[in-house]
Design a protein. Sequence first.
Length: 370
Amino acid sequence: MNYIPITKPTLEEEEIGNMNEVLTSGMLVYGKYAKEAELKLQQIFKRKYAVLLPSGTTSLNIAVSILDIKEGDEVITTPFTFISSASCILNSGAKVVFADIDPQTFNIDPKEIEKKITKKTKAIISVDLFGNPADYNRIEEICKQNKLLLIEDAAQAHGAEYKNNPAGSFGDISIFSFYGSKVITSGEGGALLCDNKDIYDRALLLRNHGQNDIGSYQYSSLGHNYMMPDTSASILSAQLSKLELFVKVRRSIALIYNQGLSKISGLTLPIEQKDSKHCYSCYTIRLDKEKYKRDKILKLLNENGIGARVYYPISLHLHPLWKEYVYEFKKGMFPEAERASQEVLSLPIYPKLTQLESERIIDFVRKILN
Ligand SMILES: *Cc1c(COP(=O)(O)O)cnc(C)c1O
């Protein structure tokens, strides 16, 4: 039987056509398609400004720098996410402060955020994990009350919505990733979005050696070379036009899983919150650790051609990396994140996953859980 990967990009005539055009033109650097993709990002995610960057991680690092987050500041984020949501804080010299997650949504719990606010708190980095938007009503309220900045890490949430607003439209800055495993991709890639002209101008400077105009050789500040080539942008532009369709198909696959895997004791299905639209960048189930051995089930799935994965097997605070710094994180500090890391399991989901394949996965999961 064929191997079903956890995810697979949908690359079709549009991407190939665009890429062909770029290669034929010989103009490989930031250009026509990059500008086109930035316009599409602004339109789709309802933002005034969009800046393409080489990755989601670069976008987070730039975001933190633009908001002047630095040594002496504290930034609150979730311990149950990809490393970049926290490493951007470490890179800035500020202190990483974790707030535990809501076990139902896997997202940062606003009640836990409130407990972690001090005089030094400068910002919150929220993550829309697995494509499920964080609780922005509450988070924005907390930011307003405490005068905190907000960065939305929407790296997994292209096409998701919260109260009719797209994920990626929240906070002072939002960021996306277009890494190969995300809902839309350019191989490697990212973007920073905002509504503030000063933030936008800073991002442009930082992206291109501190030049006001690309190729002017006039440097008004210190910068980097974080340009996205048009080869990548040509793929991204095609992907952006298909985002709505991709999300529609992902949601229909999630529905098939929801129906096929319902009513299994000890198994919790992903939830879609009221007034939210999940884009299912991951379809993540939860296996009660008192009842199932998650890692054994993962192994069985993989051995039988089903590319299930665990996002993420270890809560961020329990990695060795903190030992180099002043942190004293211990087991038990973030019980919900720790428990989630032991119980979650993500099943394959991508637009080209066939009904037959999803049924094969459902049958196999049902069989091994019985
Ligand atoms: C993928 C991801 C990133 C990083 O994006 P890259 O493009 O891989 O650098 C950041 N945050 C989250 C939540 C992600 O899933």
